[in-house]
Design a protein around this ligand. Structure first.
Ligand SMILES: Nc1ncnc2c1ncn2[C@@H]1O[C@H](COP(=O)(O)OS(=O)(=O)O)[C@@H](OP(=O)(O)O)[C@H]1O
Ligand SMILES: Nc1ncnc2c1ncn2[C@@H]1O[C@H](COP(=O)(O)OP(=O)(O)O)[C@@H](O)[C@H]1O
Length: 512
């Protein structure tokens, strides 16, 4: 369990406080809940190296993946790792309320001015809010509620359609086990659903599950399939699972849990049962749909068929992913100054307004910098914050099913990626348009005289001249305004949105 070291109040009051990033907060919650047993805190550099090299902590205990905390160097420079009362770091939730204290016994420099802080954690506050809190039982609570010797764990990181439900029922029946559904809620689910939508979709299948316990677990993916799988298996074991049904690829080494491999199922059209594929003659087989096929049907507004998905689950998915013509979308134009972003964005915005088919907001560069990002400059940090702010507000618009058109330079891939992620986490789509007008043309236009000033050295850090522009490799659409008229460029974007299903008929030709 977590550490029980005692801290005087004045030590806590004077300790530096930090809000960890979302995946670190998720790890913190699991550490405090005892779901990462036997870990007592964040790993220091020595344990990280050992885990990566040999899959064990430095004391030889098997552990699959680094569980780490990185904090800005300036925040912890006053801490003294050799003095117990001077090495306390308070961790807060995003609203600033203290959640835990870290006994920072190990601090190692990390990239980008950060420090890796390792040491045991202790709860000093409760996380009170968040959707589906009632489903967030601790491992101890869950284990106490489980009766019977066999518990079949299922990591439900995607909705449960009929084939998955059939497989869970079969495995539970074979083992004579109680079912423990663990829903990972720390990041976007595998089917691109927000955690709340994923939980709702699974609750919608509840009456089709055998006797089950459903728990929401802040388990996040680190991107390494094997390590992520091993960690999930460990967490499932901590919650009391004795067996794990592999829904995708599952790895369970070191967790003490036994893995049940799923059969390949198909729908038997003769009697509507799901059976192992080799039990059904080919003419009578219907194969389960994959995530891409399901998402494509949802995008187009086609109902998911009853033979594949229980109606209550289909209804939740339709709500979470309405057809694109009703789904929120962020249209994000990026490019050099003078490339034509604002002009195109304005044209797209006007055309959507004229058609009246969707609500639309325009976040024009000048307005953003005057209001939302007033006082920010053009350092990499300020540009990053500017894009985060735009991405945040645009994602809120998308969350409420609107269209957000934004047109900042957004020179860094990381910032654009963050904006894309925020839109997805809000349940919206994201369309990146690269306005790829060559710099020579932008410079010749020089509407605001800024290129001349930048070349003369009067204006510093000017994008494309004395500051970087990372050309997008993930643009959904590229337009070059040196080859297109304004109307043509605007129509390219409108056509893309219409062909993709976000707009029905909007186009300059129709609306003007
Ligand atoms: N140093 C420097 N570099 C780039 N641009 C500069 C700079 N200083 C002022 N400007 C003017 O600010 C506009 C770009 O602001 P953005 O908010 O789009 O930039 S960023 O996305 O935060 O990088 C940009 O407007 P647009 O021409 O509409 O792109 C410029 O007019
Ligand atoms: N095909 C085109 N698309 C967009 N703008 C164009 C085009 N051809 C010429 N322009 C002109 O280029 C300038 C682009 O400026 P602006 O839209 O403010 O660019 P940005 O927002 O990228 O700085 C405008 O004066 C616009 O009239």
């Amino acid at each position: 369990m977590v550490s029980d070291w005692v801290l005087p109040d004045e030590v806590l009051a004077n300790a530096p406080a930090y809000t960890p990033r979302s995946h670190e907060l998720a790890d913190l919650e699991l550490l405090l809940a005892g779901a990462y047993e036997p870990l007592r805190g964040f790993l220091g550099q020595t344990d990280v190296e050992s885990v990566l090299a040999s899959g064990t902590l430095s004391d030889g205990t098997p552990w699959p993946t680094p569980v780490t905390l990185e904090v800005p160097e300036a925040l912890v420079e006053s801490l003294r790792p050799d003095s117990p009362l001077q090495r306390v770091l308070v961790l807060t939730d995003p609203e600033g309320a203290p959640v835990a204290a870290v006994d920072a016994v190990e601090m190692t420099p990390a990239p980008h001015g950060h420090v890796l802080v390792g040491g045991p954690v202790r709860r000093i506050g409760e996380v009170q809010q968040g959707p589906f809190r009632k489903l967030r039982s601790t491992p101890v609570q869950v284990r106490q509620s489980l009766t019977g010797s066999r518990v079949l764990g299922v990591i439900a990181d995607r909705p449960l359609h009929r084939p998955q439900l059939a497989e869970i029922s079969r495995a539970a029946h074979t083992l004579n086990a109680h079912v423990l559904i663990l829903i990972p809620v720390a990041d976007l689910g595998s089917a691109g659903l927000t955690p709340s939508a994923l939980v709702r979709s699974i609750l919608a299948a509840r009456d089709r599950l055998p006797a089950s316990t459903i728990v929401a677990v802040p388990l996040s993916k680190r991107g390494d399939e094997v390590r992520d799988g091993l960690l999930s298996a460990r967490v499932a074991a901590a919650y009391g699972a004795t067996h794990l049904l592999a829904m995708g690829r599952t790895f369970a080494g070191g967790s003490g849990i036994r893995v049940m491999l799923p059969r390949q199922l198909c729908y038997d059209v003769r009697d509507g049962q799901w059976r192992a594929i080799d039990e059904v003659e080919p003419p009578f087989r219907r194969h389960p749909m994959g995530t891409a096929e399901i998402n494509d049907m949802l995008d187009r507004g086609f109902g998911l068929p009853d033979w594949h998905t229980p109606p209550a689950v289909a209804a939740e998915l339709r709500r979470a992913k309405p057809p694109r013509r009703k789904r929120g979308v962020v249209v994000f134009l990026t490019g050099l100054s003078g490339s034509g972003k604002s002009t195109i964005a304005r044209g797209v915005y006007d055309a959507i307004l004229e058609s009246g088919e969707r609500t639309v907001s325009l976040f024009d560069g000048d307005v953003v910098r005057r209001l939302l990002s007033a006082k920010l400059g053009f350092s990499p940090e300020d540009r990053a914050l500017n894009i985060r702010r735009i991405g945040f507000v645009a994602a809120e618009v998308a969350h409420h099913h609107g269209v957000a058109v934004c047109c900042p330079i957004a020179p860094y891939a990381a910032g654009r990626e963050a904006a894309r992620k925020m839109a997805a986490e809000a349940g919206g789509d994201f369309v990146l348009v690269h306005v790829a007008t060559p710099i020579a043309v932008c410079e010749e236009r020089d509407r605001k005289g800024l290129y001349a000033k930048a070349r003369a050295g009067v204006l510093e850090s000017f994008t494309g001249v004395s500051d970087p522009y990372e050309v997008p490799e993930d643009a959904d659409l590229t337009v070059d305004t040196s080859e297109l008229s304004i109307d043509e460029a605007v129509n390219r974007v409108l056509d893309f949105l219409t062909e993709g299903g976000w707009l029905e008929t909007t186009g300059l030709g129709l609306s003007r």
